[in-house]
Ligand binder design. Structure first.
Ligand SMILES: [Zn+2]
Length: 268
């Protein structure tokens, strides 16, 4: 039943049926190329529980999460879901043929990792826009909203799922000229063929809520759609807790505004 639901979810997730069929065809190609690779719907996502939605697990201990080969990344020790990894490797190879080198800068980050990022910004240990927010913004809601421009509250990050990756540069302007522009153009043209779409497109009337634009962040939709459907059923602001500033999650409406504040290619 879940396999059927997943196919439906992906059909719904893409903003036109042509995109959805392209993803499906591509995953089918993948199965033909290599029998050992996961096929469409073969991985039992239905076994994934709410703890994984919220990032309360260790990817190093989960059999569906793999260590990323450093040749695809800027450092060792990062994990990724095996289906995302398989699709990424195919995309990486195709990009290389066009002299574009994709480099993973960040992949799976569990709750504890995200809590570290969030709390370092909350306490001022990490500066945000050059400021120590603990000294410049006293109101907890305003401080949280400032951090939420680019960082998720623990328990709400798409990076918990192993479906989402950050590529090459954390600076939007890098993608505007030279090597960055070539990489950007290649991804815009081809990433969808491998199931990858951008959740954090430029803010506009179609995406009025959520994080600022992130040109580096790409999501493997066949997997992230599963977690989004779980979020729709199970996520609520009340259970976003266990870190500094969590008390304002409900007031900010963080699940509705940030978890679901993504492009139509990633959820509709
Ligand atoms: Zn990201």
């Amino acid at each position: 039943m879940w396999k059927f639901s997943l196919a439906l979810i992906v059909l719904m997730a893409c903003n036109d049926s042509k995109l959805a069929s392209e993803v499906k065809v591509n995953v089918a190609d993948q199965a033909i190329e290599n029998d050992s690779e996961p096929q469409w719907g073969d991985t039992l996502y239905a076994d994934y529980g709410k703890n994984m939605l919220l990032g309360h697990f260790d990817p190093a201990e989960h059999e569906d999460y793999l260590l990323i080969d450093p040749k695809f990344a800027d450092r060792e020790g990062m994990y990724i879901h095996k289906d995302t990894y398989s699709a990424f490797q195919r995309m990486h190879a195709a990009a290389l043929q066009d002299s574009v080198e994709l480099t993973i800068r960040s992949a799976t980050r569990n709750f504890d990792y995200q809590k570290g990022i969030w709390e370092r910004k909350w306490t001022g240990e990490t500066k945000v826009g050059g400021e120590d927010l603990s000294k410049t913004i006293y109101d907890p809601k305003t401080r949280a909203l400032k951090i939420l421009e680019y960082s998720s509250m623990p328990g709400t990050s798409r990076h918990h799922w192993g479906s989402d990756i950050d590529l090459n540069s954390f600076d939007n302007s890098w993608f505007e000229t030279g090597e960055g522009r070539r990489l950007w153009d290649w991804l815009e043209e081809n990433a969808g063929d491998y199931g990858f779409y951008r959740p954090y497109t430029a803010k506009d009337e179609l995406r009025p809520n959520g994080y600022q634009e992130e040109r580096w962040h790409w999501s493997y939709i066949p997997l992230s759609s599963y977690f989004m459907s779980m979020a729709e059923e199970l996520h609520s602001d009340r259970e976003i807790q266990g870190f500094m500033g969590a008390e304002v999650a409900e007031e900010i409406d963080v699940v509705e505004k940030y978890v679901f504040g993504v492009s139509k290619a990633c959820w509709e």
